[in-house]
Write a protein that binds this ligand. Structure first.
Ligand SMILES: NC(=O)c1ccc[n+]([C@@H]2O[C@H](COP(=O)([O-])OP(=O)(O)OC[C@H]3O[C@@H](n4cnc5c(N)ncnc54)[C@H](O)[C@@H]3O)[C@@H](O)[C@H]2O)c1
Length: 346
């Protein structure tokens, strides 16, 4: 079988921690062929460590050597690099968020369609075993029509003190665009992509702008910190469903937690941990599941789905139009917070 030739663009934390190890585990289907980073020394080091034959400083030079790329740069460059790759005939797996603005996402989709290439986004929470099980349970009508969804993506005093996460120009936002986006994506996917119609949002930065904070994930400059560290939102959908959302990097709470629950007409579901809440045999009835897969498998499954799709053997699990919807919602949350009014979506 011909192996997919894969390039890595941006050789930092997520490329080294998730993408490269995952592709290396799939070596019968994919070969890591090239790596590119603005920081050439880093690219060379990563190539040497993993025996990757080609290193480039300019990503445009990489495209003729590869069939597909994974884009692991700061968010600001997701659209520009994806479009360049797609126009060069290369499939793209791009890190989340798809891009900072809806306009950029639309341009990415246009390039994918025009060049008949695949474009997927690394919303890897979908591949966690709990999420996979929840998708099956909802599909099997265990909870009936969903009504109210609650999402919390909460960390206690963990502003990332490395990389460019607190730089609005390079990332477009903070806790929402970095962490909350995963749970928004997961919620929309589990709800089968309902159409959002109105969004209310509030963003906060006061805690991180206050000097001398205790922070568990390294240090950052409170003066230059210009993104959100805590966000709340209320989203309503055309079909009458609603979603209550909260995410934070720096909340003053007892402990970190990731919560996604859906209350439906016939039952309810919690994704983390996976539980079903129903009424059966004349009584309230709860079900749990034995989970024996590690979260790290999600990165591998994501890579596998992308590679199999590029080889024509599978459908992409994360479609670009779904990822665009997440960016549209985040844009609306930020806009609502700025204007102080709700945002109506068409
Ligand atoms: N899916 C997840 O759970 C998850 C987790 C962390 C980060 N991410 C995403 O991954 C991306 C990268 O994050 P990271 O933590 O690896 O950051 P990082 O700072 O560790 O690495 C980014 C790398 O990109 C390089 N770079 C910057 N601009 C570039 C450009 N224009 N062209 C080529 N290379 C460039 C940098 O030199 C650096 O090596 C971000 O979009 C982030 O949102 C996703």
């Amino acid at each position: 079988m011909t192996r997919l030739k894969m390039g890595v663009i941006g050789a930092g934390g997520i490329a080294q921690g998730r993408h490269i190890p995952s592709f290396l585990k799939l070596k019968e289907k994919v070969v890591l062929t090239a790596v590119q980073d603005l920081n050439l020394e880093r690219a060379e080091e990563v190539a040497k460590t993993h025996d990757i034959p080609y290193v480039f400083e300019d990503y445009n030079e990489m495209f003729e050597r590869v069939d597909a790329v994974t884009i692991c740069t700061p968010n600001k460059f997701h659209a520009e690099i994806s479009i360049a790759a797609l126009n060069a005939g290369v499939h793209v797996l791009c890190e989340k968020p798809m891009a900072i603005t809806t306009e950029e996402c639309e341009a990415m989709m246009e390039a994918a369609e025009k060049n008949d290439r695949l474009l997927s986004i690394a919303y890897h929470y979908r591949y966690t075993p709990e999420a996979q099980l929840a998708k099956k349970a909802i599909f099997n009508n265990e909870i009936g029509d969903p009504l109210v969804t609650r999402v919390q993506a909460m960390r206690r005093r963990k502003v990332p003190g490395w990389g460019v996460f607190t730089n609005k120009d390079l990332q477009g936002g903070g806790s929402l665009i970095d962490f909350g986006c995963h749970l928004l994506d997961l919620a929309l996917w589990l709800l089968d992509d309902p159409k959002p119609v109105e969004v209310m949002g509030r963003t906060y930065d006061r805690l991180s702008k206050t000097p001398g904070q205790v922070n568990d994930w390294g240090t950052f400059d409170h003066d230059t910190f210009n993104v959100d560290d805590h966000v709340t939102s209320y989203i309503t959908f055309e079909n009458g469903e609603s979603l209550q959302f909260e995410c934070s990097w720096a909340a003053n709470i007892k402990e970190d937690h990731t919560t996604l629950t859906i209350s439906g007409v016939d039952g309810g579901i919690s994704v983390y941990p996976f539980e079903l809440y129903q009424a059966k045999y004349g009584t309230l009835f709860d079900s749990t599941a034995k989970m024996n897969e590690e979260e790290s498998q999600a990165g591998l499954k994501q890579a596998e789905n992308f590679v199999n799709s590029c080889l024509g053997n599978e459908e992409l699990i994360v479609q670009p139009e779904q990822a665009l919807k997440v960016t549209k919602l985040m844009e609306a949350i930020y806009e609502s917070s700025e204007t102080g009014t709700s945002v109506k979506l068409k």
